[in-house]
Structure formats: C-alpha cells, structure tokens
Design a protein around this ligand. Structure first.
Ligand SMILES: NC(=O)C1=CN([C@@H]2O[C@H](COP(=O)(O)OP(=O)(O)OC[C@H]3O[C@@H](n4cnc5c(N)ncnc54)[C@H](OP(=O)(O)O)[C@@H]3O)[C@@H](O)[C@H]2O)C=CC1
Ligand SMILES: Nc1nc2c(ncn2[C@@H]2O[C@H](COP(=O)(O)O)[C@@H](O)[C@H]2O)c(=O)[nH]1
Ligand SMILES: [K+]
Length: 477
C-alpha cells in the first residue's frame, strides 16, 4: 500500500482515508479471489466477533458457508461451546438448516426468533418429522395467536433434493415459482431453499476443514485454565483458537499464548488485542500466528472515552500488519467497521481479514431474540463484552462482593439497539454487500486477489467534507 501523498505524522481512522483508482487489467469483479492467506482456510476475509450477541452456532455456520469464520465467545461454558461446535460441524456445507418449531408454536412466538422476511425457511415439526415448510415472509399476514401447525395453506411447493443439489437447476426451477421451495428427499421434507441461496452457492466457496465440514473458531480468555479450555475446544472440533483480552500486550496474555503454543494443539492461534508494532512483535514471539488489532474502535466500546487508550484503527492496522508480515504472521483488523469501504481499507492496510461485531448483531442468524420498537421496527440488542451486562453474567458464580468489584471496570455499552435492516435482514445479505464492495475495490486497484490489493492500493487522506461528499443522499437537499 502506498500513500498517494506523503504519509502524515498523525494517526488515521477509516473515515480519514480513501482509495484512488489505478489502471486495471482485471476484467470482471467476479474474477477477484477474496481468499485469505493466513492459514485459517477462509475464502472471504470476514470474521464475526467473539461477542455473546453476535456469534452463535447458526451465524457461525451461515458465515462459514460463504467462506468466512465466526468466533464463538469465551463466555460460552465448555458444554455449550462443544455443543455449538458440534452443531456447526453437522451442518450442510451448502444449505442452511431451517428454523424449526413445534406445531403448537404460535406465530407471535416464531416472530421472536425469525422476522417475516423472504428467503428463510420455517419447518414445522411433529415429533421428529417435518410436516410443513414455508417461507418466513408468509408469517407477515398471519394472526399472532395462530398455531404454526394449522398453517398448511402456507406450504411451499416442493423441489427434489436432487434438483436442489444442482445450484443452477435449482435456481431455474425457483424462477418459475415464488423464489422459495421446500426440499423433499425420499418422500420426506428435509428443508427449504431460496432462489438467492442457490445463486450464492455458485458465487462463494465454503470454509471447510479436512473432513469437508464447516469451519468454526472459538475464543479463550486469559484467566483460569487457558490450556484446558483451548484443548477442550480443539477436541470439540474448533479449527482456530482465539486468545482474547482487552489489553493484549500484558504478561498474562504472553504466558497464555506460550502455554497454548507449548500444548501444540494443531490449530492457528489468534491473540490480541494490540495496536502497536511492539505489541504485535511480542505476541508473535510468544507463539501467536495471527494478531487481533484494535483498541477502542468497536461500536460497543467505551475504552477510548473511559481511558483515552487506543489508536485510530487504519493506522493501527497498517503498523501492526507491516510488523506481522516481517515475522511471517498476519493480523485481523478488529472493530469499527460500519460500511464495506472500511473492510476494503483494512485489507488495503494489510489485514488478512476483518472482524465485525455489532453490524452482524442485527441479523436473522445472530443469537438474540427479536424486539419491536415503538414505531414497529424490528431490532436485536447488542452489548459489549466488557459491559456491566456481560461482566455480570460472566462472573455470576462469584460472590456479590467480587462481582461488584469486577463491574467497576465496565468498558462497554450494555444495551444497544441494532435495527434489523428490512433490505438486508440476513448475514448472507450483509456478506453479499460487503464482498461485492470489496471485489469492486480490488478491480479499481487492478488487483486479482488480496495480496495484490494490499500491494497496489493507493490511499489518500480526506477532510471531513470529503468523507461527507461520498455518502449517498436518500432524500433531496
Ligand atoms: N478491543 C477492544 O477495544 C476491547 C475489547 N474488550 C473485550 O471485552 C472482553 C472482556 O475483556 P477483558 O475486560 O479484558 O476481560 P478478561 O476477562 O479477559 O480479563 C482481563 C484480565 O486482565 C486484567 N487486566 C489488567 N489490566 C486490564 C485492562 N486495562 N483492561 C482489562 N483487563 C485488564 C484483568 O484484571 P482486573 O479485572 O483485576 O483488572 C483480568 O484479569 C474481551 O472479549 C475483549 O476483547 C474489552 C475492552 C476493549
Ligand atoms: N472496549 C470494548 N470493546 C469491545 C467490547 N465488546 C466488544 N469489543 C470489541 O469490539 C469489536 C467489534 O467491533 P464492532 O464495531 O464491529 O462492534 C470486538 O471484536 C471487540 O474487539 C466492549 O465491551 N468494550
Ligand atoms: K468506540
């Protein structure tokens, strides 16, 4: 990456910078390879944060199906983490599992879990048999107290599993209907398929382990039996281990990395968070393969305002990525992403992947239940991992005095409203938006892959007015 003009002496955020187009020989955006080269097996450079409101098993499977990776949070107890990993590993690499409900579930109860939007399959179960499959958008006009088992008239037309397995044939078959079908195999309903998902299987490659199962990462805190938890996660099938704490450049973190490296668990070790060359170097020397970069940019994060600590994220990623590269390691740019452009800039600065938290918290696949605000808009709650809410539940087993001491140091928001975007309600919709933006960024730079993108990117500095000018105008001025 080069600065178009001289590199300034002050630090830069994503909003401070922009990319300048260069002469390109890359004829199509679909010709760009977005695979990472950091040893994690990702086919697109997107990681969902290890946050309780973001990365659950359903989101992890959905993201891995498109080639990304989610990190199950350290707050999941051992049993739940192992179950979550097993669930991801059992999922089909191409097709999403439907949302399953018993026949007695009411429409109102189902709407706490799935919004009435197209492309998400609802399966009604009677015992261990699926008796009805329909598209979630059909719930919109149903009375709240109706039982799902009584909604036979919503049943989707069926498609054979054989046709569903051929993405192009499935896409064409769904063109004739209403863009959604129940999938049938040997006379039994096995799921649902949306036309858009058939298209997606032709555009993305899943992130798969050696046995052809979806990949998933899991986080470990730095307190307690770090090696024991890391070993348990690995044995449960976690493909990547993420050692995570707010202040990653501390002795406890270095010792935790050394211990996990010593245990030789056979998975890449990600560790953080840091924002300096010195922090990056120390974590790599302790044994980390990938460094998580970012202190304070996160949407749920109050660290900068509470402590003045942190660093504008573009400069943090640039410096840490340069250092990591010299040590044959990589960085993930963690936090502060609000637009696809921010992802492109983090990759231009040298990140091998970008971590996203709050933006993903408002998706259909994120773990939270759905709420409705006073004006009828659907939303999910997000909260920081260092917020009073997270700290209270993390330390629930401690006595009240110790718990109160821990809560003194809250550095995150406990209750944030993340609206569900009616245009892009699912993680797939956001992944489409982000990856198409980044593919386009690459061709503007004349890059066929992310290594070339980093090499060729030309970055300029802009004023606040320059940033403002780039925004679209949904209402006339
Ligand atoms: N990327 C970011 O900007 C930030 C991210 N987070 C996220 O919040 C979650 C919780 O992290 P964390 O608060 O580290 O909790 P952890 O449970 O991981 O514990 C952190 C340990 O480090 C000690 N510590 C010493 N100095 C600090 C410091 N300045 N900040 C935090 N801990 C310190 C703590 O002791 P003691 O409690 O006694 O001080 C504790 O033993 C993680 O997922 C983390 O990534 C949190 C803040 C910033
Ligand atoms: N200072 C804090 N940082 C937090 C907290 N919870 C999460 N995080 C960090 O934010 C990113 C996600 O950023 P986003 O802008 O995409 O939401 C996450 O990966 C953590 O590094 C917190 O409570 N305090
Ligand atoms: K912030």
């Amino acid at each position: 990456m080069q600065f178009y003009d001289a590199q300034p002496q002050y630090d830069l955020t994503y909003s401070d910078v922009f990319l300048i187009p260069s002469r390109s020989e890359v004829g199509s955006r679909l010709g760009v390879d977005l695979s990472t080269n950091d040893g994690t097996g990702m086919r697109i450079p997107l990681v969902a944060s290890n946050m309780n409101a973001v990365s659950g098993p359903r989101l992890a499977a959905a993201l891995a199906r498109r080639g990304g990776l989610a990190v199950l949070p350290q707050d999941l107890d051992g049993e739940s983490a192992a179950e979550g990993i097993a669930w991801v590993k059992a999922q089909h690499p191409s097709w999403a599992a439907p949302f399953e409900f018993s026949a007695d579930t009411t429409v109102a109860e189902a709407l706490n879990v799935v919004p009435p939007v197209a492309g998400h399959a609802i399966a009604v179960r009677d015992g261990d048999k699926t008796v009805l499959v329909f598209d979630a958008s059909k719930l919109e006009r149903m009375p709240g107290d109706a039982r799902l088992g009584d909604l036979d008239h919503l049943a989707a037309s069926t498609l054979s599993a054989e046709t569903a397995a051929d993405a192009r044939a499935a896409f064409d078959a769904l063109e004739a209907g209403d863009g959604f079908a129940a999938v049938e195999q040997d006379g039994a309903l096995v799921g649902g398929l949306a036309q858009r998902d058939a298209l997606r299987t032709t555009l993305y490659q899943p992130a798969l382990d050696d046995e052809g199962r979806l990949r998933v990462a899991a986080a470990v805190g730095i307190n307690g039996d770090v090696v024991g938890r890391a070993r348990m996660l690995r044995e449960a099938g976690a493909d990547v281990l993420v050692l995570d704490t707010a202040h990653g450049h501390q002795g406890s973190m270095l010792r935790a990395i050394e211990a996990v490296r010593e245990a030789d668990l056979g998975a890449p070790i990600v560790a953080g968070n840091v924002v300096s060359a010195a922090g990056t170097r120390d974590l790599i020397r302790a044994g980390a393969n990938i460094i998580k970069v970012g202190v304070g940019p996160g949407a749920m994060c109050t660290t900068r305002m509470m402590t003045a600590v942190g660093r504008p994220q573009f400069s943090a990623v640039l410096e840490c990525a340069d250092t990591a590269r010299n040590h044959d390691a990589s960085v993930w740019a963690d936090g502060g992403v609000r637009y696809p452009r921010d992802v492109a800039l983090a990759l231009a600065a040298g990140g091998s992947a970008v971590m996203i938290g709050s933006w993903f918290a408002g998706t259909v696949e994120a773990p939270g239940r759905i709420h409705v605000d006073a004006s009828g808009r659907r939303y999910k709650e997000s909260f920081g991992m260092a917020s009073s809410r997270a700290v209270e539940s993390r330390f629930a087993a401690l006595d009240p005095y110790e718990r109160a001491r821990k809560q003194l140091f809250a550095e995150g928001i406990s209750n944030s409203t993340i609206l569900m975007d009616p245009e892009r309600p699912g993680i797939d919709d956001l992944v489409d938006m982000i990856t198409t933006g980044v593919r386009s960024s690459c061709t503007y730079a004349g890059a066929r892959n992310l290594r070339e993108f980093h090499e060729r990117a030309k970055v300029g500095i802009q004023s606040a007015a320059g940033y403002e000018e780039g925004k679209a105008l949904p209402v006339s001025w």
